[in-house]
Design a protein around this ligand. Structure first.
Ligand SMILES: Nc1nc2c(ncn2[C@@H]2O[C@H](COP(=O)(O)OP(=O)(O)OP(=O)(O)O)[C@@H](O)[C@H]2O)c(=O)[nH]1
Ligand SMILES: [Mg+2]
Length: 188
């Protein structure tokens, strides 16, 4: 069998996985993706600027071709989020835990998305990254309140969610993100 045939067969075996990275502007979505790409594809870290529109990157992990859709979170761009929802396997919701005043806004946006679950699909798995943990002096205090708020939203919408506290600058807490995403894609 020629090399090309082997590669083609392997490709057929690989599962496609569509993962949306969403959250408010400045929460760290592109930095999370940048860390993942540097960790799994050896791409050098890049300087990150606010995302206008979106960027797609593919990472192959455990026989899955994971498409990471990094979508801009500025309020002017949020009306367009809806366009990306179809056929999403996993939604990674990124929150900046360092700015208390924006946590409520973020929880509200997540709630709005979850209330329109028919757009996102009922099988879509949700992962919440509580990012910028390095900037919070008393993390437990912030998490305690936030987890209560999130629990209310999640209970209301009856959605199981995995959460991780992260620092996207050094990858702390992101080590198992690809495993979580692939598990979500496989529906496990
Ligand atoms: N201290 C710290 N800074 C972070 C962390 N994650 C991201 N940042 C910084 O936060 C700023 C915004 O990060 P981005 O990745 O551009 O945020 P974004 O969510 O992609 O923003 P939009 O593209 O505008 O939606 C950048 O200056 C990052 O370096 C983190 O965990 N800790
Ligand atoms: Mg961005």
């Amino acid at each position: 069998m020629g090399l090309l045939t082997i590669i083609k067969k392997q490709k057929l075996k690989d599962k496609e996985c569509r993962c949306l990275i969403l959250g408010l502007d400045n929460s760290g979505k592109s930095t999370v993706v940048d860390w993942v790409l540097s960790f799994y594809t050896n791409r050098p870290r890049r300087e990150i600027t606010p995302t206008v529109g979106f960027q797609i990157h593919t990472v192959t992990f455990e026989n899955h071709n994971v498409q990471l859709w990094d979508i801009g979170g500025q309020s002017t761009l949020r009306p367009y989020w809806d366009n990306y929802f179809e056929k999403t396997d996993v939604l990674v919701w990124v929150m900046d835990v360092a700015v208390a005043s924006r946590l409520e806004e973020s929880v509200q946006e997540l709630r709005t998305i979850l209330q329109n679950r028919d757009r996102l699909g009922y099988n879509c798995r949700i992962i919440v990254l509580l990012n910028k943990k390095d900037l919070v002096a008393d993390l437990d205090l912030v998490l305690d309140k936030l987890e209560k708020d999130l629990a209310v939203v999640l209970k209301l919408e009856n959605v199981p969610i995995e959460t991780r506290t992260t620092n996207a600058l050094n990858g702390d807490g992101l080590e198992t993100l690809m495993e979580l995403i692939v598990r979500g894609c496989a529906g496990v």
